[in-house]
Write a protein that binds this ligand. Structure first.
Ligand SMILES: [Zn+2]
Ligand SMILES: [Zn+2]
Length: 369
């Protein structure tokens, strides 16, 4: 009968729709929020409402180039966060009233093991040590680096090894506490400074809580980030520049591991240089992968190999079709992961000294040491 065949057709169409729907969500499920989140990040940037919020004509050069979606907390790796993300009302530095995520990173990177930092002897290869960067360059901390410190820094007071060729390294929690601080104890001058998880209070990672706008809001002018610069997707806080002058002034090397992080007693493990760790699995063609969120809510990608062709703005950011607006981290040599911020950050977040939950900045006051 006619009616029957029509309803059969309808049923068939409906089934096809269901099938298509199941296909789509099936793909979404396999790329799950945690295991392969790149897809969800790119699709959300097409949300018109978010873009409107971000496009703010008052910004001199942010204009039409700024575009991004909302912060996607699903991008954080499993185990990266110490507590569940919460949302709260917040006031931003430029006066915007909006919603913010309160994110507590666990303080121990879930995508790699920390260390090594310092080599044991002056014949050790780069495998036995991490890296050092001082604003001018990135150096492998191998035995040769330790031997050449006097030459590198033009000061014969450098002598970080004994007559048997053993590198002088912080060897106890007490030595670590005395050396990994602004006023390095004189007894620990000429030491390669390294810490361990078990030397932190209670032998536990130190978590850091940051408050980040759910949707980035452009600031009237770019700002240099004060205090913590952001958080990595694998659970580490991105700290401000390491206080290189104070460190070198005490004839110490506050060694970083090959991922650009190190311990101090106050903040635990934290990052000073981006070298391609903590990344999502996938990156768009010609792009580097995302590895962090900045304090203004914009994504941060690893440094670009070819910076010149990317047309980056003064904060090393740009807008691409796949990723929207995002920053690229500086090369680790520069000792500053994020150049500056185009978005507003949570008002008052600098007031605590920028140390996050750790509270205490690791550097000396400007001008000291
Ligand atoms: Zn540090
Ligand atoms: Zn890019």
């Amino acid at each position: 009968m006619f009616v029957n065949s029509q309803s059969r057709l309808f049923a068939l169409g409906f089934a096809l729709l269901l099938f298509a729907g199941a296909c789509g969500s099936g793909e979404g499920d396999t790329s799950a929020v945690t295991s392969d989140p790149a897809d969800s990040a790119t699709t959300e940037t097409t949300d018109g409402e978010s873009v409107d919020t971000i496009l703010d004509d008052e910004s001199a050069d942010g204009d039409a180039t700024a575009m991004a979606g909302t912060v996607d907390v699903g991008l954080f790796f499993d185990g990266a966060l110490a507590t569940e993300v919460t949302t709260e009302d917040c006031a931003l530095s430029g006066g915007a009233e909006t919603s913010c995520y309160v994110i507590t990173v666990a303080g121990d990177p879930v995508t790699y093991d920390t260390g090594p930092f310092c080599p044991e002897t002056i014949t050790d290869s780069a495998d036995s040590g991490g890296i050092w960067f001082d604003g001018d360059g990135v150096y492998d901390i191998d035995g040769e680096f330790i031997v050449n410190l006097a030459e590198l820094y033009g000061d014969d007071n450098w002598m970080m090894y004994d007559e048997d060729g053993n590198v002088l390294v912080t060897e106890t929690a007490e030595e670590f506490d005395l050396a990994a601080r602004p006023d390095v104890d004189p007894s620990l001058q000429n030491h390669c400074v390294e810490g361990r998880l078990e030397w932190l209070e209670n032998g536990e990672p130190i978590s850091t809580t940051v408050t980040i706008p759910v949707e980035p809001v452009l600031a009237d002018a770019v700002s240099s980030a004060q205090g913590n610069l952001g958080v990595t997707l694998d659970g580490v806080v991105i700290a401000a520049s390491a206080p290189v002058e104070a460190i070198l002034g005490a004839y110490t090397i506050a060694a970083f591991d090959d991922c650009g992080g190190h311990f101090n007693p106050f903040d635990g493990y934290h990052l000073h240089g981006a070298v391609g760790c903590s990344e999502l699995d996938e990156a768009a063609e010609g792009e580097t992968a995302m590895f962090a969120y900045a304090m203004d809510g914009f994504p941060v990608h690893s440094p670009l190999d070819d910076v010149d062709s990317a047309d980056l703005d003064e904060c090393n950011g740009h807008t691409t079709e796949e990723d929207g607006y995002h920053y690229h981290a500086n090369n680790a040599a520069e000792n500053q992961v994020i150049e500056c911020l185009i978005g507003q950050t949570v008002a008052g977040s600098d007031a605590a000294g920028g140390g996050g939950a750790g509270g205490r900045p690791e550097g000396p006051p400007p001008g000291e040491g």
